[in-house]
Design a protein around this ligand. Structure first.
Ligand code: GCB
Ligand code: CA
Length: 897
């Protein structure tokens, strides 16, 4: 029997041991996002000598391009920005190793501590860390103030990818910045900003799994010692399911590696999109003698196995799974690329809520929060480095690519969601040198050589994952170059029925690939069509940017994808609209191929995928954002306007009510039930239902235009007409709807004479595809009627305000066609030399309109006046050309009295 005091002493020792484990020198990690000082511009001599400039207080994530991409000016700031802030280093950190950890800086960064260079990084999209202990000041007690300065630069650099791409290369310190302090014995912090531990699953079956954990740590203690490395696998409930440990003799300053093979874990919970079950691998370093915890980190672990079969597609855990998802760019409306984690996570949730199971993290590695969310939500992924459109044939470029590829693989290695590594996107889209030249041939060989080197590097770094190259739809070009042979999987970015050809060309391309390369698994790595959320059309055609055309496009594509088992997967381009500075079109500087808007409001294709992919009952009325509609009444006696309404559902049929009255019941085909709705002037409440408790409502404000403008039943108020267009354009801000043009008929309104403007060689546009300056309503100004002689409205007597909208679309300004418009040629028209006059009810109004007066090329010009209409005179606007043809882009008429 142990005597009391001794027993007491023993328990005290035990208690101390427990306490010391808890309180021991462990790692401390804190973000230092708030309160940075920012200066846009270079500061020569800084930070060695002070800068006397006005600093702006900002917080990270921060980009200096949030506003300059919104303006009408082409281009955006690509240069230097300086950041600085103070950090407070507690005296208790003395003896610790200390790092600054950056989740990303675009695109090159130099990091200084107290004015001295501590490190740096090249490339916008991978993480980096910088050891700073040696440069820090410590206080005897309390916290010492230290200054951090970071120079960031997003200038073009021929040796750093991306060189050219269809997205905006925002600059700044645009992701989280962390300050990390670790004990002198810690997991390796100097391996490409990883946590030093790499988890893989060499074998997984339904019955058992093996886990391999490899890593390294360092001891910066002055003396040799013994460290116990412990790997613990815990399940989703925090229960330990496996553990292994080893003893390592440390050598001061040396890197020590370990490897734990935890084999034969029985009946593992498998990870899948339906049940994304996660385990955790906890890695811990302890002093072997005192048992004091020195360091601890945790990594995610998911058990799954997968294979791509060239004929049968993708299999996960032995089951066939069609991969359907989207790509994602990391920007957002008015925020450039500087998004907090919550918004990155929200994007993955949007994809999950769509019923998607795959995210192509394109065209570059993104915030760590993205893959964490994919792990949690069960979204499979591919990740790629930003080698887009072309390469530079330099050693430095190749080296930067390899560094990025290695960083990407190591930094994201432990995510169970990742199944592919990718490294080139449409790399032969903009080959350098003339077609057929020897230089061109050599260039293509250089591309293939780089591809092979990146492939080799990837397979050496991570033999367990697939590799892939996404190409644009030029089969022969990529095949000849060897790019269909090098990676394990081939991806095609296909836009038949958009940039070129017809919708049916998509299926033909897939079948051709399957015939030519029967042994190569195939994914459709991109497909999509631009839809401006403000534009609708009941006669949708390619390039009109209407949401209705995008729906037709996605219907055709999804059908072809689902019908072909050999198509392993397909990724919609893109989850959301995104910034692309050089784009003009309906929404300048924006690529509108998102199935949600740039602030993540769903467009119809998003609902279409929900209806086709979701398992839980789903119903949504389409065009949900189009709550302000307009149209022409059927007749003087029937004051309704029949317009189509689509309801998206995964139920067999849908009933639709308008203001409580049943309109009909329609069967859903491909997830869409279609109705013709007789809208009335004012509020229209749509109520769609399927079964007993599945329903959706939509309130639509309808502005009815009388068929006969002198209607007594529905007095005329206002009308907005977009000339040269068959589209409806909803201007939410002004609560106005622009109607398609029509020819004049007595009693009504419309143009007399002329034709809809079509750009020369403009198969890639609807009207003009130029950015019309001085307006946000580009779609109104991009179409026009040329050569018209009149615009007439048979309005009743009264006072009216008449506004005419013009833009000179034939500007003669030479521009290179957007590279993605594959069949487009450069636009090299002669400037128009038109001069014309406008009369309103026979009174001269606008004289000598032309580029010498108000019609500045590619700039919006609107002018209004009032007119007093007597008797049955109506409104007659005459256009008389003095030279060339008269034009008109838009007319607004509003009754004021
Ligand atoms: C592509 C590119 C992507 C573009 C897309 C488009 O093929 O890979 O970066 O944004 O086409 O919208 O043209
Ligand atoms: Ca983050």
């Amino acid at each position: 029997m142990i005597k009391r005091p001794i027993r007491f002493l023993l328990s005290l020792v035990c208690l101390l041991a427990v306490l010391s484990t808890v309180e021991a020198q462990d790692r401390i990690s804190q973000t230092i996002n708030s309160n940075w000082q920012f200066y846009k511009g270079d500061l020569p001599g800084f930070p060695a000598s002070p800068a006397t400039v006005k600093w702006e207080t900002v917080s990270v994530p921060h980009s200096w391009n949030t506003t300059d991409v919104l303006d009408d000016e082409p281009g955006y700031y690509r240069g230097t920005g300086w950041y600085q802030r103070r950090i407070f280093v507690p005296s208790s950190w003395k003896g610790k190793d200390i790092y600054l950890y950056f989740e990303g800086a675009a695109q090159a960064a130099e990091v200084y501590v107290n004015g001295k260079k501590a490190g740096g990084h090249t490339g916008s999209y991978t993480f980096f860390s910088v050891p700073v202990k040696e440069l820090l000041q410590f206080a005897a007690s309390g916290s010492a103030v230290n200054e951090i300065q970071v120079k960031v630069n997003n200038s073009h650099n021929e040796d750093v990818p991306p060189l050219s791409a269809d997205f905006t290369f925002f600059g700044g310190l645009y992701r989280d910045v962390h300050l990390v302090a670790v004990s002198p014995v810690h997991f390796d912090m100097d391996n490409n900003a990883t946590n030093g531990v790499f988890v893989s699953t060499p074998k997984v079956t339904a019955g058992s799994a093996d886990v391999m954990v490899k890593g390294s740590f360092v001891s910066n203690l002055p003396k040799a010692g013994r460290v116990r490395v412990r790997t613990t696998i815990v399940d989703g409930d925090g229960k330990t399911v496996a553990e292994q440990q080893s003893m390592v003799k440390t050598v001061p300053g040396a890197q020590l590696s370990f490897s734990h093979n935890l084999s034969n874990l029985l009946s593992p919970h498998l990870w899948s999109p339906e049940t994304p079950y996660l385990y955790q691998v906890i890695s811990r370093l302890e002093d072997a003698d005192t048992k004091v915890k020195l360091d601890e980190i945790s990594n995610p672990l998911g058990f799954r196995w997968y294979v791509f079969d060239p004929g049968k597609g993708f299999f996960l855990n032995g089951q066939p799974v069609k991969l359907v998802g989207t790509s994602r760019h990391q920007d957002f409306k008015d925020m450039a690329n500087a998004l907090p984690d919550a918004m990155a996570i929200r994007d993955v949730e949007l994809l999950k809520a769509m019923g998607g199971n795959f995210l192509r993290v394109a065209h570059y590695p993104q915030d760590p929060a993205v893959l964490q969310a994919c792990d949690r939500l069960g979204i499979l992924t591919s990740v790629e480095i930003p080698v887009v459109n072309q390469i530079t044939e330099s050693e430095a470029f190749a080296e930067n690519c390899k560094v990025m590829q290695r960083e990407m693989i190591r930094q994201n290695y432990n995510h169970p969601s990742v199944i592919m590594w990718t490294y080139m996107n449409e790399v032969l889209l903009r080959p350098r040198y003339d077609n057929g030249s020897e230089k061109r041939e050599a260039y293509i060989r250089a591309v293939a050589k780089l591809a092979q080197e990146l492939e080799d590097l990837t397979r050496a770094e991570d033999p367990s994952r697939y590799t892939m190259i996404p190409n644009h739809g030029a089969f022969e070009l990529y095949h000849k170059a060897g790019l269909t042979r090098i990676p394990k999987l081939v991806g095609w970015n296909l836009y038949q029925g958009w940039y070129g050809g017809e919708l049916g060309g998509f299926a033909k391309y897939l079948d051709m690939h399957h015939k030519e390369l029967p042994d190569k698994p195939l994914l459709v790595t991109e497909y999509g069509a631009d839809g401006d959320p403000r534009i609708h059309s009941f006669e949708p055609v390619k390039f009109d940017k209407s949401l209705e055309y995008t729906l037709l496009y996605h219907q055709a594509y999804l059908e072809a994808i689902m019908e072909r088992p050999f198509v392993a997967g397909a990724m919609i381009w893109n989850l959301a609209d995104f910034n692309s500075e050089q784009r003009a079109e309906a929404m300048p500087h924006i690529n509108n191929k998102g199935i949600t808007t740039i602030d993540r409001q769903p467009k119809d294709p998003y609902l279409f995928y929900q209806a086709n992919l979701l398992k839980q009952p789903f119903i949504r009325i389409g065009a949900a954002a189009w709550t302000l509609r307009s149209g022409i009444a059927a007749s003087e006696t029937s004051l309704v306007c029949v317009q189509p309404v689509e309801v998206f559902t995964n139920q067999p049929s849908v009933s639709l009510r308008l203001n409580g009255k049943l309109i009909g019941t329609a069967a859903a085909r491909q997830g869409i039930a279609r109705f013709n709705v007789p809208f009335a002037d004012g509020v229209n409440l749509l109520d769609a239902s399927a079964g007993t408790d599945l329903a959706d409502q939509l309130r639509i404000q309808f502005k009815m235009i009388p068929k006969d403008l002198r209607s007594a039943a529905l007095p005329f108020r206002e009308i907005n007409v977009s000339l040269g267009s068959k589209r409806y354009y909803a201007d939410e801000k002004l609560r106005q709807v622009w109607l398609p043009e029509q020819a004049y008929t007595p009693g009504s309104w419309g143009y007399v004479g002329g034709q809809a403007f079509a750009m020369k060689g403009g198969s890639q546009s609807y009207g003009s595809n130029k950015d019309i300056l001085g307006t946000e309503d580009d779609p109104i100004y991009e179409t026009q009627r040329t050569g018209l002689s009149q615009f007439k409205l048979d309005v009743p007597a009264g006072e009216y305000e008449v506004t005419l909208l013009f833009a000179e679309l034939v500007s003669g300004i030479k521009r290179e066609a957007l590279v993605y418009n594959l069949s487009n040629t450069t636009q090299n028209e002669e400037a128009a030399t038109r001069i014309f006059d406008v009369k309103l009810n026979n009174v001269p109004w606008l004289e000598n309109l032309g580029t010498a007066t108000y019609l500045e090329p590619e700039r919006a010009y609107a002018t209004k006046t009032t007119v007093s209409v007597k008797g049955t005179a109506g409104i007659v606007i005459d256009f008389t050309a003095r030279k060339g043809e008269a034009v008109l882009n838009g007319v607004q008429v509003r009754r004021v009295l």
